[in-house]
Design a binder for this molecule. Structure first.
Ligand code: ZN
Length: 97
């Protein structure tokens, strides 16, 4: 029986080497762009500042949160899930269910 020469393994090996390199380049560039977009979306939080305490509907201005009963108008209470608290004096009023 004639001995067959061993099959050449050089060509497939070269192909394998070339593929991962190209894939790594492509995957390295893509996730970076996605991460930046995700961070921007997460940053969009609840608006802060005095302007967030008021809402305007036409000519009328309404307050989004009750003011502190002890400190009077101008001192808004923080809106928690079960209570309103004043950051100035610590007054707490629980929400009625
Ligand atoms: Zn207060």
């Amino acid at each position: 029986m004639p001995v067959k020469p061993a099959p050449k393994k050089e060509e497939p090996a070269k192909k394998e080497e070339a593929k991962p390199a190209a894939a790594a380049e492509a995957s390295a560039a893509a996730p970076k762009a996605q991460k930046a977009e995700k961070k921007r979306e997460k940053k969009h939080k609840e608006e802060k500042g005095v302007h967030a305490m008021y809402k305007t509907e036409g000519d009328k201005v309404s307050r989004t949160r009750p003011t502190c009963e002890r400190c009077g108008p101008g001192y808004f209470t923080a809106d928690h899930h079960d209570r309103y608290t004043c950051g100035h004096c610590g007054f707490t009023r629980y929400k009625q269910k």
